[in-house]
Design a protein around this ligand. Structure first.
Ligand SMILES: Cc1ncc(COP(=O)(O)O)c(C=O)c1O
Length: 406
């Protein structure tokens, strides 16, 4: 029996915090599948590959050796060294002391906002954005401020849009390239121009680079590699979740000037102590193995799926895709062209309607964009195996052809 009455008063910053919308949808789709409904789940935020083998082996060895105690708060030294080397393949200059190992990139971001923000400090968040950013900022006492691209300007923001959003309370500019949910990848010049604004206005940069491996046919740029001046004001966030198919192992990191890393490590020492010792060994196994060929193969496989998704959706009337989706594993589709059309007795008036009816009628789950600050879009994750993806794209096209003019 659950306890429904409570005398507990919640803090206002937590009382109205909704659960992650993407996690809830993913859970709903998985529940339908478990109960026998033939749903194709395109809501997932993770590539459907197995965890890389050296990680699993290293974890098994850690258990075998009883490597199961608290580790140093900032993470085991070998892993901090390995992460610095891993990051530096993108021309940054990190040392082990600059790195703190965390329970996923999510926790790294949570720490970052907590050490940077005083009550009421503003964080500029380019829209569309990953659902968790504004909630993390609010929980840390800050104020999230959305920066939107121009209506016909694709899915990236410009320096002028950032400048217009700056107030005396602005402390942080958040960057996320490749971006979730849009799949947009900023070029080096675009990032340099945005970083210039941060330098001009003395802002700190948080660069969420969790999808650095998943870039197709264009180059990835790490913000901290732009110049020493930019590196001095940047916190680089990353992890093993997406690249090595290790989302459940919960290992991420933040890399920053050593004095900042030290403060984050102190916060972690008082809150989580450190991430799991076994998972740290697993991450070390992944980072130090020769996986280039395997990871290139996985990237090529996702690139194939990305291309077929873009191509199939471009041919669907009422659905508009941004061909600039060159990263992560999402295509972000504007479905406002279907508004006013009917399915049975329902009229589509939003991307949420579109997603709900697509799931009910065609058994394809996608994420509506409202929680990404893009209410006319749906996010389509193309990580499922190719046969299922083709089937899903056919179902989406079939669903749209059944719509009738309202
Ligand atoms: C943009 C972005 N940043 C961070 C994360 C968190 O990743 P992790 O599993 O390392 O916590 C995610 C996961 O979905 C993400 O999409």
């Amino acid at each position: 029996m659950t306890t429904t009455t409570t005398a507990i008063r919640l803090a206002s910053r937590a009382a109205h915090l909704p659960p992650s919308a993407t996690a809830a949808l993913d859970a709903h789709a998985k529940h339908l599948i478990a109960s026998g409904v033939d749903v194709i789940n395109l809501t997932s935020g993770e590539p459907a590959f197995p965890t890389v083998e050296p990680a699993a082996r290293a974890a098994a060895a850690a258990i075998e050796e009883d490597f199961t105690r608290y580790t140093p708060a900032a993470g085991i030294p070998e892993l901090r060294t390995a992460v610095a080397a891993y990051l530096n393949r993108h021309a940054t200059s990190y040392a082990a002391e600059d790195v703190v190992i965390t329970a996923g990139a999510k926790q790294a971001l949570h720490y970052a906002f907590n050490v940077l923000l005083d009550q009421g400090d503003e964080v500029l968040i380019p829209a569309p954005y990953w659902v968790s950013y504004p909630h993390m900022v609010t929980l840390a006492g800050g104020v999230p401020v959305e920066v939107h691209p121009a209506p016909d300007g694709g899915l990236k923001i410009t320096p002028d849009q950032v400048r217009k959003a700056i107030t005396p309370r602005t402390r942080v500019l958040l960057l996320n390239s490749p971006a979730n949910p849009s799949g947009a990848v900023y070029t080096r010049d675009e990032l340099a121009a945005l970083a210039d604004v941060a330098v001009e206005h003395d802002l700190t940069l948080i660069s969420d680079e969790i999808c650095d491996h998943w870039v197709y046919g264009s180059a990835f740029t790490s913000v901290a590699a732009l110049s020493p001046e930019v590196a001095a004001r940047t916190l680089t966030i990353g992890g093993v979740s997406k690249t090595f198919a290790m989302t459940g192992w919960r290992i991420g990191w933040v890399a920053a000037p050593a004095s900042v890393a030290k403060v984050i490590s102190a916060v972690q020492s008082h809150t989580a102590s450190a991430p799991s010792s076994i998972s740290q060994r697993a991450a070390l196994g992944a980072l130090t193995a020769d996986l280039e060929e395997e990871l290139d193969k996985r990237r090529a496989a996702l690139d194939e799926r990305r291309r077929s998704t873009l191509q199939a959706l471009a041919a669907v009337p009422g659905v508009r895709v941004d061909a600039d989706a060159r990263g992560a594993f999402f295509v972000f589709a504007d479905v406002s062209g279907t508004y006013g059309h009917r399915v049975g007795d329902r009229t589509i008036t939003s991307a949420a309607d579109f997603a709900e009816l697509l799931l009910a009628r065609a058994k394809v789950a996608v994420v509506p964009g409202a929680d990404f600050a893009a209410p006319d879009h749906v996010r389509i994750s193309y990580t499922v195996p190719p046969e299922r993806l083709s089937e899903a794209l056919e179902r989406i096209a079939g669903f749209v052809t059944t719509l009738t003019r309202g």
